[in-house]
Ligand binder design. Structure first.
Ligand code: PMP
Length: 427
């Protein structure tokens, strides 16, 4: 049996951990089968408890952009650890990472470190509300901004995979302040602003969406959001948890040349450690405690080991400007070649891609540009594809509502292994 030890470990885990996992999408509920328990990772590969190696396209859901256990990040982190694990006091490292982030990300002067993308987005919303003195926010169907209450309204990622977008436990009171629009639909956003005059604090958006699969902003969509915010005194929040330091050093703001008011980060910023951040220009950040009245805090925020891992990872990327070209090119090759192979087999598909993010949809639709279009794709075919690749040593995210993350460790050998697995796929 392929996954014998994983099966035994999963059985045991289910006794003690709800669903056997600490984050729902890991349970393989959407694709079926046994979740693979991973023991270690290096470079482009993760290794399971049964001793099998997989080319990794999850990359911890994005953080491992330079590959797993990169030697520089490993040694810097181990060295840092020798000085202690956590102090709960200011450290020089926190200013170092803040300087680095503000020097490469456009339109921000100050940054606050947190421990996850959820915290970053939750705090960004509170800051926007405190700054504008307004309660409501606009979010888009299929976008995921973490599991804080305000965002679990038609959310993407695991929440979409499980088909229960409105989670019990989110009160009506909270839900009424989250206004929903379809991604890429400016008319709906305009209507929300007309019907909620002077009540909307912010629009939060994944500028390049990755949590309903990879969905690209259509021409004019983000520009339109910018204009609507400017005309209505609302803030534009770019959730760059996935896209930050991946689409460009300056994230989507740089890649797509649009200015956001608040930016949130996670994933790459911590190099694989639990880190998030939110940032804005000084005038907005001045509202945050202890400078201002908007409260936000964290026992482990700015943890020195996590900061060292983040700084080292960001420096590797920043000092190697060819990195984005390489990972974008690798992703393009995967897109072009997989499309070709599937087309030759007569399997209808559509691949969305920007930079080193991509998703493969099994569908006859010409455009996959919002959540509804994703729900109409053939997810049974995706699930078969997922399991076929897994059995052939290629690890995709276990849901058709997710994005592939390409790391710099994925080279021709890994791409060819992936394409060989696609070649032997039958629907
Ligand atoms: N925003 C986006 C765009 C994300 O992709 C995620 C996580 N996938 C989050 C927020 C939440 O981050 P975390 O899981 O670190 O809380």
């Amino acid at each position: 049996m392929l996954y014998q030890r994983s099966s035994a470990l999963f059985k045991d885990a289910q006794e003690y951990i709800p669903g056997g996992v600490n984050s729902p999408v890991r349970a393989f509920k959407s694709v079926g089968g046994t979740p693979i328990f991973i023991k270690k990772a290096e470079g482009a590969y993760i290794y399971d408890e049964d001793g099998r190696a997989y080319v990794d396209y999850i990359n911890s859901w994005g953080p491992m952009i330079v590959g797993h256990t990169h030697p520089e990040v490993l040694s810097a982190t181990v060295e840092q650890m020798k000085n202690g694990f956590s102090f709960g006091t200011p450290t020089e490292l926190e200013t170092e990472i803040a300087k680095l982030i503000t020097s490469v990300v456009p339109n921000i002067d100050m940054v606050r470190m947190v421990n996850s993308g959820t915290e970053a987005c939750m705090s960004a919303i509170r800051l926007a509300r405190g700054y504008t003195n307004r309660d409501k926010i606009v979010k888009f169907e299929g976008c995921y901004h973490g599991h804080s209450d305000s965002f679990l309204i038609k959310a993407g990622s695991g929440a979409a995979t499980f088909g229960n977008p409105n989670s019990p436990g989110v009160t009506q009171g909270t839900a009424k302040d989250t206004l929903l629009a379809e991604y890429n639909n400016l008319d709906e956003v305009k209507a929300l602003f007309e019907n909620n005059k002077d009540q909307i604090a912010a629009i939060i958006v994944e500028p390049i969406a990755g949590n309903m699969g990879c969905i690209l902003p259509e021409k004019g969509f983000l520009e339109g959001l910018r204009q609507i915010c400017d005309e209505n005194g609302a803030l534009l929040i770019f959730d760059e948890v996935m896209t930050g330091f991946r689409q460009a050093m300056g994230g989507s703001q740089e890649r797509l040349n649009i200015k956001a008011d608040i930016v949130t980060f996670g994933k790459v910023i911590g190099g694989g450690f639990p880190v998030g951040a939110f940032a804005a220009r000084r005038e907005i950040m001045n509202h945050l405690a202890p400078l201002g009245p908007v409260y936000q805090a964290g026992t482990l925020s700015g943890n020195p080991i996590a900061m060292r891992a983040g700084i080292t990872t960001l420096n590797i990327i920043n000092n190697d400007r060819e990195l984005f070209t390489r990972i974008d090119k690798a992703t393009e090759t995967l897109d072009v070649e997989i499309s070709k192979i599937l087309a030759e087999k007569g399997i209808a598909n559509k691949i969305n891609r920007l930079g080193s993010m991509m998703s493969l949809f099994f569908t006859k639709q010409d455009e996959i540009n919002n959540f509804t279009a994703v729900t109409k794709c053939n997810h049974d075919s995706f699930n078969k594809f997922f399991h076929h690749l897994l059995a052939n040593g290629v690890y995709l995210a276990p849901s058709g509502y997710e994005t592939w993350f390409i790391s710099d460790a994925i080279k021709d050998t890994e791409i060819n292994k992936t394409l060989d697995a696609v070649r032997s796929f039958e629907i």
